[in-house]
Ligand binder design. Structure first.
Ligand code: G6P
Length: 443
Protein backbone atom coordinates (compact mmCIF):
# COMPACT_ATOMS: atom_id res chain seq x y z
CA UNK A 1 0.00 0.00 0.00
CA UNK A 2 1.34 3.39 -0.92
CA UNK A 3 1.21 5.98 1.84
CA UNK A 4 0.85 8.76 -0.79
CA UNK A 5 -2.80 7.95 -1.35
CA UNK A 6 -5.03 5.01 -1.95
CA UNK A 7 -6.74 3.59 -4.98
CA UNK A 8 -10.14 2.05 -4.35
CA UNK A 9 -12.15 0.12 -6.94
CA UNK A 10 -15.87 -0.29 -6.28
CA UNK A 11 -17.57 -2.98 -8.34
CA UNK A 12 -21.25 -2.24 -8.75
CA UNK A 13 -20.39 1.46 -8.55
CA UNK A 14 -23.72 2.43 -10.15
CA UNK A 15 -25.59 1.21 -7.05
CA UNK A 16 -27.91 3.62 -5.31
CA UNK A 17 -25.82 2.97 -2.17
CA UNK A 18 -22.71 4.62 -3.64
CA UNK A 19 -23.39 8.06 -2.05
CA UNK A 20 -23.19 6.27 1.34
CA UNK A 21 -19.71 5.11 0.52
CA UNK A 22 -18.63 8.52 -0.78
CA UNK A 23 -19.91 10.16 2.39
CA UNK A 24 -17.84 7.68 4.41
CA UNK A 25 -14.65 8.42 2.44
CA UNK A 26 -15.23 12.16 2.78
CA UNK A 27 -15.80 11.96 6.56
CA UNK A 28 -12.65 9.93 7.15
CA UNK A 29 -10.42 11.54 4.56
CA UNK A 30 -7.91 12.73 7.20
CA UNK A 31 -7.17 9.19 8.31
CA UNK A 32 -7.81 7.50 4.95
CA UNK A 33 -6.34 9.52 2.09
CA UNK A 34 -8.21 8.14 -0.92
CA UNK A 35 -6.75 9.62 -4.11
CA UNK A 36 -8.55 7.55 -6.72
CA UNK A 37 -11.98 5.99 -6.54
CA UNK A 38 -12.92 3.88 -9.55
CA UNK A 39 -16.62 3.13 -9.87
CA UNK A 40 -17.14 0.16 -12.17
CA UNK A 41 -20.34 -1.21 -13.61
CA UNK A 42 -21.65 -3.33 -16.46
CA UNK A 43 -23.00 -1.80 -19.70
CA UNK A 44 -26.63 -2.32 -18.51
CA UNK A 45 -25.79 -0.13 -15.52
CA UNK A 46 -24.12 2.64 -17.53
CA UNK A 47 -26.87 5.22 -17.09
CA UNK A 48 -27.06 4.70 -13.33
CA UNK A 49 -23.28 4.77 -13.08
CA UNK A 50 -23.17 8.11 -14.84
CA UNK A 51 -25.88 9.63 -12.63
CA UNK A 52 -24.47 8.40 -9.34
CA UNK A 53 -20.90 9.08 -10.51
CA UNK A 54 -21.75 12.70 -11.25
CA UNK A 55 -23.28 13.06 -7.77
CA UNK A 56 -20.16 11.47 -6.25
CA UNK A 57 -18.01 14.04 -8.06
CA UNK A 58 -20.19 16.89 -6.78
CA UNK A 59 -20.00 15.55 -3.21
CA UNK A 60 -16.21 15.41 -3.33
CA UNK A 61 -15.98 18.85 -4.92
CA UNK A 62 -18.22 20.35 -2.24
CA UNK A 63 -16.02 18.77 0.42
CA UNK A 64 -12.99 20.34 -1.29
CA UNK A 65 -11.02 17.09 -1.30
CA UNK A 66 -8.53 15.89 -3.92
CA UNK A 67 -10.29 12.54 -4.45
CA UNK A 68 -10.46 11.74 -8.16
CA UNK A 69 -13.47 9.75 -9.27
CA UNK A 70 -13.33 7.60 -12.40
CA UNK A 71 -16.31 5.91 -14.02
CA UNK A 72 -15.67 2.87 -16.15
CA UNK A 73 -17.04 -0.33 -17.57
CA UNK A 74 -13.56 -1.77 -17.82
CA UNK A 75 -13.15 -3.80 -14.66
CA UNK A 76 -9.53 -4.71 -15.29
CA UNK A 77 -8.55 -1.09 -15.67
CA UNK A 78 -10.32 -0.25 -12.41
CA UNK A 79 -8.60 -3.09 -10.60
CA UNK A 80 -5.11 -2.27 -11.80
CA UNK A 81 -2.93 -1.57 -8.72
CA UNK A 82 -5.95 -0.99 -6.49
CA UNK A 83 -5.33 -1.10 -2.73
CA UNK A 84 -8.90 -2.02 -1.81
CA UNK A 85 -11.64 -3.53 -3.94
CA UNK A 86 -15.19 -3.19 -2.64
CA UNK A 87 -18.03 -5.16 -4.18
CA UNK A 88 -21.72 -4.22 -4.07
CA UNK A 89 -23.24 -5.70 -7.18
CA UNK A 90 -26.47 -7.57 -7.90
CA UNK A 91 -26.36 -10.16 -10.69
CA UNK A 92 -29.66 -10.05 -12.59
CA UNK A 93 -30.56 -6.69 -11.00
CA UNK A 94 -33.77 -6.16 -9.00
CA UNK A 95 -35.78 -8.30 -11.45
CA UNK A 96 -33.85 -11.33 -10.24
CA UNK A 97 -34.44 -10.33 -6.62
CA UNK A 98 -38.17 -10.09 -7.26
CA UNK A 99 -38.14 -13.67 -8.60
CA UNK A 100 -36.18 -14.85 -5.54
CA UNK A 101 -38.88 -13.32 -3.39
CA UNK A 102 -42.02 -14.27 -5.32
CA UNK A 103 -41.42 -17.84 -6.48
CA UNK A 104 -40.90 -19.50 -3.04
CA UNK A 105 -43.98 -17.69 -1.66
CA UNK A 106 -46.14 -19.57 -4.19
CA UNK A 107 -45.13 -22.75 -2.34
CA UNK A 108 -45.69 -21.23 1.10
CA UNK A 109 -41.94 -20.89 1.66
CA UNK A 110 -40.16 -17.67 2.67
CA UNK A 111 -39.36 -15.39 -0.25
CA UNK A 112 -36.34 -13.36 0.80
CA UNK A 113 -33.12 -12.46 -0.95
CA UNK A 114 -30.55 -13.81 1.51
CA UNK A 115 -32.38 -16.55 3.39
CA UNK A 116 -33.98 -19.77 2.18
CA UNK A 117 -34.37 -20.42 -1.57
CA UNK A 118 -33.77 -16.75 -2.47
CA UNK A 119 -30.46 -16.76 -0.62
CA UNK A 120 -29.48 -19.97 -2.38
CA UNK A 121 -30.23 -18.54 -5.82
CA UNK A 122 -28.58 -15.22 -5.12
CA UNK A 123 -25.51 -17.22 -4.15
CA UNK A 124 -25.70 -19.38 -7.29
CA UNK A 125 -25.78 -16.25 -9.46
CA UNK A 126 -23.17 -14.27 -7.54
CA UNK A 127 -20.42 -16.74 -6.66
CA UNK A 128 -19.15 -17.39 -10.22
CA UNK A 129 -18.90 -13.62 -10.76
CA UNK A 130 -17.02 -12.98 -7.51
CA UNK A 131 -14.63 -15.82 -8.38
CA UNK A 132 -13.96 -14.17 -11.76
CA UNK A 133 -13.23 -10.92 -9.92
CA UNK A 134 -10.83 -12.80 -7.63
CA UNK A 135 -8.93 -14.19 -10.65
CA UNK A 136 -8.68 -10.71 -12.13
CA UNK A 137 -7.48 -9.34 -8.79
CA UNK A 138 -4.69 -11.91 -8.74
CA UNK A 139 -3.44 -10.47 -12.01
CA UNK A 140 -4.23 -6.78 -11.63
CA UNK A 141 -3.87 -6.06 -7.89
CA UNK A 142 -2.48 -9.10 -6.07
CA UNK A 143 -1.88 -7.13 -2.86
CA UNK A 144 -5.33 -5.61 -2.62
CA UNK A 145 -7.94 -6.34 0.03
CA UNK A 146 -11.34 -7.51 -1.15
CA UNK A 147 -14.11 -6.01 0.97
CA UNK A 148 -17.28 -7.79 -0.05
CA UNK A 149 -20.72 -6.37 0.62
CA UNK A 150 -22.47 -8.40 -2.05
CA UNK A 151 -25.11 -10.69 -0.62
CA UNK A 152 -25.35 -13.35 0.53
CA UNK A 153 -22.20 -11.97 2.14
CA UNK A 154 -21.44 -15.00 4.33
CA UNK A 155 -21.83 -17.52 1.51
CA UNK A 156 -19.83 -15.33 -0.85
CA UNK A 157 -16.97 -15.02 1.69
CA UNK A 158 -17.09 -18.79 2.19
CA UNK A 159 -16.79 -19.31 -1.58
CA UNK A 160 -13.85 -16.90 -1.89
CA UNK A 161 -12.00 -18.65 0.95
CA UNK A 162 -12.72 -22.10 -0.46
CA UNK A 163 -12.50 -21.63 -4.22
CA UNK A 164 -10.10 -18.73 -4.91
CA UNK A 165 -6.49 -17.96 -4.05
CA UNK A 166 -7.45 -14.64 -2.48
CA UNK A 167 -6.62 -14.63 1.21
CA UNK A 168 -7.09 -10.92 1.85
CA UNK A 169 -10.88 -10.98 1.89
CA UNK A 170 -13.33 -9.58 4.44
CA UNK A 171 -17.10 -9.89 4.18
CA UNK A 172 -19.08 -7.05 5.61
CA UNK A 173 -22.66 -6.45 6.61
CA UNK A 174 -24.47 -3.57 8.25
CA UNK A 175 -26.55 -5.77 10.56
CA UNK A 176 -24.06 -5.83 13.48
CA UNK A 177 -23.44 -2.07 13.37
CA UNK A 178 -27.22 -1.62 13.08
CA UNK A 179 -27.68 -3.74 16.23
CA UNK A 180 -25.14 -1.60 18.07
CA UNK A 181 -26.92 1.56 16.98
CA UNK A 182 -30.28 0.06 17.99
CA UNK A 183 -28.93 -0.76 21.46
CA UNK A 184 -27.42 2.70 21.89
CA UNK A 185 -30.75 4.26 20.94
CA UNK A 186 -32.77 2.02 23.26
CA UNK A 187 -30.49 2.69 26.22
CA UNK A 188 -30.00 6.31 25.22
CA UNK A 189 -26.21 6.15 25.35
CA UNK A 190 -23.63 7.13 22.76
CA UNK A 191 -22.71 4.42 20.23
CA UNK A 192 -19.05 4.58 21.34
CA UNK A 193 -20.04 3.29 24.81
CA UNK A 194 -21.77 0.16 23.46
CA UNK A 195 -19.95 -3.01 22.58
CA UNK A 196 -21.46 -6.32 21.54
CA UNK A 197 -19.62 -9.66 21.39
CA UNK A 198 -20.81 -10.95 18.05
CA UNK A 199 -20.58 -14.56 16.91
CA UNK A 200 -22.36 -16.65 14.31
CA UNK A 201 -22.81 -16.24 10.58
CA UNK A 202 -23.95 -13.47 8.29
CA UNK A 203 -27.63 -12.71 8.83
CA UNK A 204 -27.39 -15.38 11.54
CA UNK A 205 -25.29 -13.47 14.04
CA UNK A 206 -25.97 -13.29 17.77
CA UNK A 207 -24.86 -10.83 20.39
CA UNK A 208 -23.45 -13.25 22.97
CA UNK A 209 -23.09 -10.38 25.41
CA UNK A 210 -23.72 -6.65 25.33
CA UNK A 211 -21.78 -4.07 27.29
CA UNK A 212 -22.11 -0.40 28.07
CA UNK A 213 -18.86 1.03 29.42
CA UNK A 214 -17.68 -2.53 29.98
CA UNK A 215 -20.65 -3.59 32.13
CA UNK A 216 -22.97 -6.27 30.79
CA UNK A 217 -26.49 -5.06 30.02
CA UNK A 218 -27.58 -8.21 28.21
CA UNK A 219 -30.28 -9.26 30.65
CA UNK A 220 -31.76 -5.80 30.87
CA UNK A 221 -31.73 -5.54 27.10
CA UNK A 222 -33.40 -8.91 26.59
CA UNK A 223 -36.25 -7.60 28.77
CA UNK A 224 -36.43 -4.45 26.67
CA UNK A 225 -36.42 -5.76 23.11
CA UNK A 226 -39.50 -7.93 23.14
CA UNK A 227 -41.86 -5.35 21.67
CA UNK A 228 -42.21 -4.78 17.93
CA UNK A 229 -41.18 -1.15 18.35
CA UNK A 230 -38.26 -1.81 20.61
CA UNK A 231 -36.44 -4.68 18.91
CA UNK A 232 -33.62 -3.29 16.76
CA UNK A 233 -34.37 -3.97 13.08
CA UNK A 234 -33.51 -2.89 9.54
CA UNK A 235 -35.74 -1.12 7.02
CA UNK A 236 -36.25 -4.25 4.93
CA UNK A 237 -37.58 -6.43 7.78
CA UNK A 238 -40.78 -5.78 9.67
CA UNK A 239 -40.17 -6.32 13.37
CA UNK A 240 -42.93 -8.47 14.85
CA UNK A 241 -41.67 -8.48 18.42
CA UNK A 242 -40.50 -11.46 20.47
CA UNK A 243 -42.07 -13.83 22.95
CA UNK A 244 -40.48 -12.58 26.19
CA UNK A 245 -40.06 -16.00 27.82
CA UNK A 246 -38.43 -17.36 24.67
CA UNK A 247 -35.87 -14.56 24.51
CA UNK A 248 -35.00 -15.05 28.17
CA UNK A 249 -34.45 -18.74 27.55
CA UNK A 250 -32.38 -18.05 24.43
CA UNK A 251 -30.29 -15.70 26.55
CA UNK A 252 -28.43 -14.04 23.64
CA UNK A 253 -29.34 -11.10 21.45
CA UNK A 254 -30.85 -12.25 18.12
CA UNK A 255 -30.36 -10.30 14.87
CA UNK A 256 -33.36 -9.06 12.83
CA UNK A 257 -33.00 -11.97 10.37
CA UNK A 258 -33.61 -14.50 13.15
CA UNK A 259 -37.29 -13.72 12.89
CA UNK A 260 -37.31 -15.84 9.73
CA UNK A 261 -36.16 -18.86 11.77
CA UNK A 262 -37.97 -18.41 15.07
CA UNK A 263 -41.20 -16.95 13.64
CA UNK A 264 -41.23 -18.68 10.27
CA UNK A 265 -44.96 -19.02 9.87
CA UNK A 266 -45.69 -15.42 10.90
CA UNK A 267 -43.01 -14.10 8.60
CA UNK A 268 -44.21 -16.11 5.60
CA UNK A 269 -47.76 -14.88 6.19
CA UNK A 270 -46.47 -11.33 6.42
CA UNK A 271 -44.46 -11.67 3.19
CA UNK A 272 -47.45 -13.14 1.35
CA UNK A 273 -49.61 -10.25 2.50
CA UNK A 274 -46.97 -7.71 1.49
CA UNK A 275 -46.54 -9.32 -1.92
CA UNK A 276 -50.31 -9.02 -2.48
CA UNK A 277 -50.53 -5.42 -1.28
CA UNK A 278 -47.44 -3.21 -1.50
CA UNK A 279 -45.36 -5.74 -3.44
CA UNK A 280 -42.28 -7.72 -2.41
CA UNK A 281 -39.27 -5.85 -1.05
CA UNK A 282 -37.63 -5.86 -4.51
CA UNK A 283 -40.71 -4.19 -5.94
CA UNK A 284 -40.75 -1.60 -3.15
CA UNK A 285 -37.01 -1.00 -3.61
CA UNK A 286 -37.51 -0.55 -7.36
CA UNK A 287 -39.76 2.42 -6.65
CA UNK A 288 -37.44 3.75 -3.99
CA UNK A 289 -34.54 3.49 -6.43
CA UNK A 290 -36.42 5.36 -9.12
CA UNK A 291 -37.08 8.18 -6.63
CA UNK A 292 -33.46 8.16 -5.46
CA UNK A 293 -32.11 8.38 -9.00
CA UNK A 294 -34.48 11.26 -9.72
CA UNK A 295 -32.91 13.07 -6.77
CA UNK A 296 -29.37 12.07 -7.79
CA UNK A 297 -29.91 13.65 -11.21
CA UNK A 298 -30.37 17.08 -9.66
CA UNK A 299 -27.16 19.04 -10.37
CA UNK A 300 -27.80 21.05 -7.20
CA UNK A 301 -27.64 17.94 -5.00
CA UNK A 302 -24.23 17.66 -3.36
CA UNK A 303 -24.84 15.43 -0.34
CA UNK A 304 -26.21 11.97 0.32
CA UNK A 305 -29.96 12.56 0.40
CA UNK A 306 -31.71 11.49 3.62
CA UNK A 307 -34.19 9.46 1.53
CA UNK A 308 -31.43 6.82 1.13
CA UNK A 309 -32.12 5.90 4.74
CA UNK A 310 -35.29 4.12 3.59
CA UNK A 311 -33.04 1.36 2.26
CA UNK A 312 -31.96 -1.53 4.45
CA UNK A 313 -28.25 -0.74 4.20
CA UNK A 314 -28.10 2.01 6.84
CA UNK A 315 -24.59 2.60 8.28
CA UNK A 316 -23.13 0.76 5.29
CA UNK A 317 -20.53 3.48 4.73
CA UNK A 318 -19.57 3.60 8.39
CA UNK A 319 -19.01 -0.13 8.43
CA UNK A 320 -17.03 -0.14 5.16
CA UNK A 321 -14.89 2.90 5.70
CA UNK A 322 -14.07 2.23 9.36
CA UNK A 323 -12.93 -1.26 8.32
CA UNK A 324 -10.75 -0.03 5.46
CA UNK A 325 -9.28 2.67 7.70
CA UNK A 326 -8.46 0.20 10.47
CA UNK A 327 -6.65 -2.11 8.03
CA UNK A 328 -4.79 0.80 6.46
CA UNK A 329 -3.86 2.39 9.81
CA UNK A 330 -3.34 -0.89 11.68
CA UNK A 331 -5.75 0.42 14.32
CA UNK A 332 -6.27 -2.86 16.17
CA UNK A 333 -9.79 -1.88 17.16
CA UNK A 334 -12.63 -4.38 17.38
CA UNK A 335 -15.20 -4.69 14.59
CA UNK A 336 -17.69 -7.37 13.52
CA UNK A 337 -16.69 -8.91 10.17
CA UNK A 338 -16.98 -12.06 8.09
CA UNK A 339 -13.61 -13.75 8.16
CA UNK A 340 -11.99 -17.16 8.39
CA UNK A 341 -12.94 -18.77 11.70
CA UNK A 342 -9.54 -20.19 12.52
CA UNK A 343 -10.87 -21.91 15.63
CA UNK A 344 -12.47 -18.82 17.18
CA UNK A 345 -15.89 -20.53 17.24
CA UNK A 346 -15.08 -24.10 18.11
CA UNK A 347 -18.53 -25.29 17.02
CA UNK A 348 -17.75 -24.38 13.37
CA UNK A 349 -15.08 -25.56 10.91
CA UNK A 350 -11.77 -23.72 11.30
CA UNK A 351 -11.55 -22.99 7.57
CA UNK A 352 -15.06 -21.56 7.22
CA UNK A 353 -16.24 -17.97 7.11
CA UNK A 354 -17.91 -16.75 10.31
CA UNK A 355 -19.32 -13.39 11.36
CA UNK A 356 -17.55 -12.42 14.54
CA UNK A 357 -16.02 -9.56 16.50
CA UNK A 358 -12.40 -9.31 15.44
CA UNK A 359 -9.36 -7.15 16.07
CA UNK A 360 -8.66 -5.31 12.81
CA UNK A 361 -4.96 -5.11 11.97
CA UNK A 362 -2.95 -4.31 8.86
CA UNK A 363 -2.78 -8.07 8.31
CA UNK A 364 -6.54 -8.33 8.46
CA UNK A 365 -9.10 -9.35 11.08
CA UNK A 366 -8.02 -11.52 14.01
CA UNK A 367 -11.25 -13.07 15.35
CA UNK A 368 -11.76 -13.04 19.09
CA UNK A 369 -12.24 -16.59 20.34
CA UNK A 370 -15.61 -17.40 21.90
CA UNK A 371 -15.27 -21.19 22.24
CA UNK A 372 -18.46 -23.17 21.72
CA UNK A 373 -21.66 -21.39 20.82
CA UNK A 374 -24.37 -21.75 23.47
CA UNK A 375 -26.33 -24.96 22.94
CA UNK A 376 -29.50 -22.91 22.36
CA UNK A 377 -28.17 -21.58 19.04
CA UNK A 378 -25.39 -23.97 18.08
CA UNK A 379 -27.41 -26.40 15.97
CA UNK A 380 -29.10 -23.76 13.85
CA UNK A 381 -25.83 -21.98 13.13
CA UNK A 382 -24.15 -25.25 12.17
CA UNK A 383 -27.05 -26.14 9.89
CA UNK A 384 -26.83 -22.79 8.11
CA UNK A 385 -23.09 -23.22 7.70
CA UNK A 386 -23.69 -26.60 6.04
CA UNK A 387 -26.26 -24.94 3.79
CA UNK A 388 -23.79 -22.19 2.82
CA UNK A 389 -21.04 -24.68 2.04
CA UNK A 390 -23.22 -26.95 -0.05
CA UNK A 391 -24.71 -23.93 -1.83
CA UNK A 392 -21.24 -22.58 -2.63
CA UNK A 393 -20.27 -25.98 -4.03
CA UNK A 394 -23.39 -26.01 -6.20
CA UNK A 395 -22.57 -22.50 -7.46
CA UNK A 396 -19.11 -23.60 -8.51
CA UNK A 397 -19.97 -27.00 -9.99
CA UNK A 398 -23.42 -26.27 -11.44
CA UNK A 399 -24.45 -29.68 -10.15
CA UNK A 400 -28.22 -30.17 -9.88
CA UNK A 401 -28.18 -32.66 -7.01
CA UNK A 402 -25.87 -30.47 -4.95
CA UNK A 403 -28.25 -27.55 -5.49
CA UNK A 404 -31.19 -29.73 -4.44
CA UNK A 405 -29.29 -30.78 -1.34
CA UNK A 406 -28.60 -27.13 -0.44
CA UNK A 407 -32.26 -26.25 -0.99
CA UNK A 408 -33.59 -29.11 1.12
CA UNK A 409 -31.20 -28.88 4.06
CA UNK A 410 -32.12 -25.21 4.47
CA UNK A 411 -34.31 -25.11 7.58
CA UNK A 412 -36.79 -22.76 5.89
CA UNK A 413 -37.62 -25.39 3.25
CA UNK A 414 -39.53 -28.07 5.09
CA UNK A 415 -40.00 -30.63 2.30
CA UNK A 416 -37.73 -32.35 -0.23
CA UNK A 417 -40.61 -32.49 -2.72
CA UNK A 418 -41.45 -28.79 -2.44
CA UNK A 419 -37.74 -27.98 -2.40
CA UNK A 420 -37.36 -29.71 -5.75
CA UNK A 421 -40.37 -27.90 -7.22
CA UNK A 422 -38.99 -24.53 -6.11
CA UNK A 423 -35.53 -25.43 -7.39
CA UNK A 424 -36.85 -26.43 -10.80
CA UNK A 425 -38.96 -23.32 -11.20
CA UNK A 426 -36.18 -21.02 -10.06
CA UNK A 427 -33.57 -22.68 -12.26
CA UNK A 428 -35.75 -21.89 -15.26
CA UNK A 429 -36.61 -18.38 -14.09
CA UNK A 430 -32.92 -17.49 -13.59
CA UNK A 431 -31.48 -19.46 -16.48
CA UNK A 432 -29.81 -16.46 -18.12
CA UNK A 433 -27.82 -15.77 -14.97
CA UNK A 434 -26.86 -19.37 -14.23
CA UNK A 435 -24.59 -20.47 -17.07
CA UNK A 436 -22.97 -23.17 -14.91
CA UNK A 437 -26.27 -25.08 -14.83
CA UNK A 438 -26.88 -24.89 -18.57
CA UNK A 439 -24.63 -26.05 -21.36
CA UNK A 440 -24.49 -23.16 -23.85
CA UNK A 441 -26.68 -25.10 -26.33
CA UNK A 442 -29.58 -25.00 -23.85
CA UNK A 443 -29.33 -21.33 -22.93
C1 G6P B 1 -30.08 -5.23 5.27
C2 G6P B 1 -29.00 -6.22 5.05
C3 G6P B 1 -28.29 -6.06 3.79
C4 G6P B 1 -29.27 -5.93 2.66
C5 G6P B 1 -30.20 -4.79 2.90
C6 G6P B 1 -31.32 -4.79 1.89
O1 G6P B 1 -29.69 -4.18 5.97
O2 G6P B 1 -28.09 -6.30 6.09
O3 G6P B 1 -27.48 -7.19 3.59
O4 G6P B 1 -28.60 -5.73 1.45
O5 G6P B 1 -30.77 -4.83 4.13
O6 G6P B 1 -31.94 -3.55 1.89
P1 G6P B 1 -32.99 -3.16 0.76
O7 G6P B 1 -33.30 -1.74 0.99
O8 G6P B 1 -32.31 -3.42 -0.56
O9 G6P B 1 -34.15 -4.06 0.96
Amino acid sequence: MTKQGLKIATIGGGSSYTPELIEGFIKRYEELPVRELWLVDIPEGKEKLEIVGALAKRMVKKAGLPIQIFLTMDRRQALRDADFVTTQFRVGLLEARAKDERIPLKYGVLGQETNGPGGLFKGLRTIPVILDICSEMEQMCPNAWLINFTNPAGMVTEAVLRYSSIKKVVGLCNVPIGMEMGVSKLLDVDHSRVSISFAGLNHMVYGLDVFVDGISVKEKLIEMITGADSSPSVQNIVALGWEPQFLKALNVLPCPYHQYYYKTRDMVEKEIKNAETVGTRAEVVKELEAQLFELYRDPELMIKPPQLEKRGGAYYSDAAVRLISSIYNDKRDIQPVNTVNNGAISSLPADSAVEISAVITKDGPKPIAVGDLPIAVRGLVQQIKSFERVAAEAAVTGDYQTALLAMTINPLVASDRIGKQILDEMLIAHRNDLPQFYPSSLR
